[in-house]
Ligand binder design. Structure first.
Ligand SMILES: Cc1ncc(COP(=O)(O)O)c(C=O)c1O
Length: 426
């Protein structure tokens, strides 16, 4: 193989087109079609009622999903943002409370806290690019009531340390599993450690119906409160107008109910989850094994490698100035790759770009939740450089998707391209 980079007129390493990262989306076929047609043929489109004798696809999905991740209960919702808001509210999070969230996550994890009228406190990530337990402990105050723990880019957080901190400080834990469906930590499914686990079925996620979400919990009272908040019409109650059975069961909610059409697609997608995970994990391992000893590259460490969903490969370069030349050269070799934090390009996954939080922008002039009279102690403040470790890690990292559709040859050529660019530039 010639060493001259494709960028400089040398031979391109990988000629075949890259698959886009729509793992389950690209696998939609007969199984999804059959499930959806059944919904239409039965004219049963609303999960809580319809023509007599027709079973609900959404109810079946909840059963199957709970079984898949070994959780006693699951509640299907419209998306993961709704799942997070519903879970926070079900956990009793609200006015005056501080909630910890990592500085590297999709903005929805943070926005959900504001939607629940609580105040986000943004925490550092460590080299695994998940929440840093040392910084969590530093940022806990008497006002802290919960953490949104994000299994970012497919890998588990340090759940032993995080759950120990939650216990010590009496904090609720809401796991954001949007990017890590099917991932595990020490053999236990992500989403089943905290009070609630929240999943996304948006199109970019491992299994998808374009939009969709799921909450899992082991607590039947939390389940009731999630059900109540996600369906303000309380259709889920056998008698919608009955007195509440216990204090805190009933309160005004909203509508995040999942449609039967979404449930139908998701039933078929859930049956494909293990196969998709298997392919991504194999592909990821095959590439990592071929690049891990390359000079100048350090593959992102993971708290439990076996629990990684394999959706991507992230590796560090020694200096942030190398990232742009490296990703440009790699992309020219036919392997699309990107840096994560370079100050020019805004990315909703990095807190430094959340100007609406940093500047406390609110839809009304009262400034809720930051001016909340129930909030005691010093006002929570933000700045672009408040989490320097997070920005340092993200400025040196290179990211590649690992679609399940890649062949072994695609993986080998990808690894070859990374080694070629590393040899030329590092
Ligand atoms: C980490 C994380 N949390 C939450 C969400 C929000 O998911 P949804 O689009 O289903 O509301 C996403 C979606 O991209 C995400 O990546």
């Amino acid at each position: 193989m010639e060493d001259k980079l494709a960028l400089n007129g040398g031979p391109k390493t990988k000629i075949s087109a890259a698959y886009p990262m729509y793992p389950g989306g690209l696998e939609i076929g007969e199984e999804e079609r059959k499930e959806v047609l059944e919904v239409l043929d039965n004219k049963y489109l609303f999960r809580y009622y319809g023509p007599e004798g027709v079973p609900s696809k959404v109810a079946q999905l909840e059963k199957d999903f709970a079984k898949k991740v070994n959780s006693p209960y699951a509640l299907a919702v419209t998306n993961c943002t709704g799942a997070l808001i519903t879970s926070l509210i079900a956990c009793g999070i609200g006015p005056g409370h501080e909630v910890l969230v990592p500085g590297y996550t999709f903005f929805a994890s943070c926005a959900a806290i504001v939607a629940a009228k609580a105040i986000p406190v943004i925490v550092e990530v460590d080299e695994t690019l998940t929440m840093d337990p040392i910084d969590i402990e530093k940022k806990i105050t008497p006002q802290t009531k919960a953490m949104v723990v994000v299994h970012m880019r497919g890998v588990p957080c340090d759940m032993d340390k995080i759950m120990a901190l939650a216990k010590k400080h009496n904090l609720r834990v809401i796991e954001d599993v949007a990017q890590a469906a099917g991932g595990t930590y020490k053999g236990k499914y992500l989403g089943t450690f905290g009070d609630c686990g929240c999943f996304s079925f948006q199109y970019h996620k491992t299994i998808t119906a374009g939009e969709g979400g799921m909450i899992v919990t082991a607590d039947p009272r939390l389940l009731d409160r999630c059900k109540g908040y996600h369906d303000t019409a309380a259709c889920w109650r056998p008698d919608r107008f009955a007195e509440q059975r216990y204090e805190g069961e009933l309160f005004a909610g909203t509508n995040y109910r999942m449609s039967e059409l979404t449930g139908a697609v998701m039933l078929a997608q859930l049956r494909k989850l293990d196969r998709l995970l298997g392919s991504m994990r194999e592909n990821q391992k095959r590439i990592i094994n071929q690049i891990k000893d390359t000079k100048g590259i350090k593959v992102r460490p993971v708290h439990d490698v076996k629990g990684d969903t394999g959706i991507c490969i992230m590796f560090y370069l020694d200096d942030k100035s190398l990232v742009q030349p490296f990703t440009e050269a790699l992309s020219a070799e036919g392997v699309p790759a990107a840096g994560v934090y370079n100050s020019g390009l805004p990315d909703w996954h990095i807190y430094a770009h959340w100007s609406h939080i940093i500047e406390k922008k609110t839809p009304t002039s009262e400034g809720c939740p930051w001016t909340c009279p129930y909030h005691k102690g010093p006002e929570v403040e933000y700045s672009v450089d408040m989490n320097p470790n997070t920005l340092e890690y993200l400025s040196r990292v290179v990211h590649l998707d690992v679609p399940p559709q890649m062949s072994e040859e695609d993986c080998d050529l990808t690894a070859q391209a990374i080694r070629k660019v590393a040899k030329a530039l590092l």
